[in-house]
Design a protein around this ligand. Structure first.
Ligand code: NDP
Length: 481
């Protein structure tokens, strides 16, 4: 019998997806540029299902049933193009090349257009959940044609995570839509992690709590509306003790956060689209700040507040519990902002590139398998399933209520952070966004006035139609232009 699907690229992600497919009873043809990975996979896990080991792309293609499905799981970038060029000439019209790597959605658009000319369906697919997700059930975000989803969807839904019996996989939209939403997913993940880190830092610095005590707090938070994978693993990381020194591991890890680039892509694209994703952007910048050793060393001796911390002292048990609760509310509110901004970007991208992405369906498949999986995503799904979906998630009844409850504590937390000299860029920018959207009038009016003064850039008036300019260097009367 022929294999249902082929996987090329058998590093951790490819090997685990191949095993996941085989464990679900699908015969999988497997191939890797260097043969040793194929051998290792068969030797260690060959007993888990039906694998067909292939030495060459030709062998892999020959092993597949029609229409052929080839899943590419190689290093993103030039290697993906190289592999496409190896396989495309071996395929026939109607066959499918699926790229599950972390490709930039513009590359996916380019590849899809080129392969469409040759009659081949190119399916750029976001896969989230890391190594473990790939094996046990990831969240899968396939782009590409509807037709390709008909042939591919059932297989992908089979191996995806399930929440309430619903697979965490759905057709996202044409060409680059899948990789686009995966990119924004990662941007949201950056923001989520930054907010968690700030919450930890405040409890640590303002209240002087130990990592183990903070782990207890996160464990408690994980039982409420914040319940999520990232909150859960935060407790685990904070509880970890370094074997070599006996200190909390978090205290011996170098405080320089790295990045592979998807957060940066998200912000770059948001700038192109003109969508304010300040929460995601601050998270990306916070990582860069952490990595700027030289800047940080140069600035180390700048003065801070005289008598930090500003939070309740050790004896004030009630005050401290209240502060912890304030931080929890600030975290939840800031998280709502970050997700609202991410979903705004998806809506803008969908309109710009003509994808028709369904945000409710997306929230549904992010409930499981992926890194940002959370109870919270069910609330987002509900918000988008309303008869008239909200313009922004902030005004969906459930979130509007949560923000209403959170806003006072949120302000106290940002004020405490500022007073204590603890950086909280994520919390602060989220609050500023909230207040900006709420504001009846913004000082953008003054910015327009300045632009008109130095550059005759003109302005509109709020009391009547038209475009105006003040003769700043003349008699300062206003003319209509
Ligand atoms: P890597 O990104 O480390 O890529 C290694 C694989 O790429 C190997 O199989 C390697 O073959 C192959 N490869 C590299 N260059 C070429 C080339 N020119 N021609 C053919 N094959 C090549 O593997 P991962 O498993 O970590 O990730 C695979 C993809 O999945 C990446 O695009 C990654 O961004 C994405 N991804 C990764 C996640 C993760 O958590 N790691 C999560 C989600 C997506 P060889 O053995 O011969 O060197």
């Amino acid at each position: 019998t022929k294999a249902r699907i082929g996987v090329t690229g058998l590093a951790v992600m490819g090997a685990n997806l191949a095993r996941n497919l085989a464990r679900h009873g699908h015969t999988v043809a497997v191939h890797n540029r260097s043969r040793y990975r194929t051998d290792a996979l068969l030797k260690e896990y060959g007993h888990e299902g039906e694998f067909v080991a292939c030495d060459t792309p030709e062998e892999l293609v020959a092993a597949l049933e029609r229409p052929r499905r080839v899943l590419i799981m190689v290093k993103a970038g030039a290697p993906t193009d190289a592999v496409i060029e190896e396989f495309a000439p071996l395929l026939e019209p109607g066959d499918m090349l699926v790229d599950g790597g972390n490709a930039h959605f513009l590359d996916t658009r380019r590849r899809e257009a080129a392969l469409r000319e040759r009659g081949i369906h190119f399916v750029g697919t976001g896969v989230s959940g890391g190594e473990e997700g790939a094996l046990l059930g990831p969240s899968i975000m396939p782009g590409g044609s509807r037709e390709s989803y008909e042939a591919l969807g059932p297989l992908l839904e089979d191996i995806a995570a399930k929440v309430d019996g619903v697979p965490c996989c759905t057709h996202i939209g044409p060409d680059g839509a899948g990789h686009f939403v995966k990119m924004v997913h990662n941007g949201i993940e950056y923001a989520d992690m930054q907010l968690i880190a700030e919450a930890y830092d405040l409890l640590r610095q303002a209240l002087g709590m130990s990592p183990a005590e903070i782990a207890d707090v996160f464990e408690e938070w994980n039982r409420g509306e914040l319940s999520s994978y990232l909150i859960e693993i935060t407790a685990e990381v904070l509880r970890q003790v370094d074997a070599a020194t006996g200190r909390p591991l978090v205290d011996v890890i170098a405080d320089r956060a790295e990045q592979k680039g998807t957060g940066r892509w998200t912000v770059q694209n948001a700038l192109e689209l003109g969508v304010p994703v300040s929460g995601i952007a601050e998270a990306v910048f916070a990582r860069s700040v952490s990595g700027h050793t030289e800047l940080r060393r140069a600035a180390r001796d700048l003065p801070g507040p005289a008598d930090a911390p500003q939070a309740p002292p050790a004896g004030d048990r009630e005050g401290r519990a209240e502060f912890v609760e304030d931080v929890r509310r600030a975290l939840y509110a800031s998280k709502i902002i970050a997700y609202a901004q991410g979903f705004d970007q998806i809506r803008a991208g969908s309109a710009e590139y003509g994808w028709d992405v369904d945000p409710g369906a997306l929230a549904t498949i992010w409930r499981g398998g992926c890194i940002i999986r959370a109870v919270f995503l069910d609330r987002i799904r509900e918000a988008y399933e309303q008869e008239s979906p909200p313009v922004t998630l902030l005004t969906a009844p459930l979130f509007a209520e949560a923000l209403g409850l959170a806003q006072e504590p949120w302000r106290r937390v940002v004020a405490t952070a500022a007073g204590a000299g603890v950086p909280a860029p994520g919390f602060s920018t989220a609050l500023a966004y909230y207040d900006s959207l709420r504001a009846g009038r913004l000082p953008a009016a003054l910015v327009q006035g300045l632009r008109d003064f130095f550059g005759a850039h003109t302005y509109q008036r709020s009391d009547r139609e038209g475009t105006f300019h003040t003769l700043w260097s003349g008699d300062r009367t206003e003319i209509e232009v």
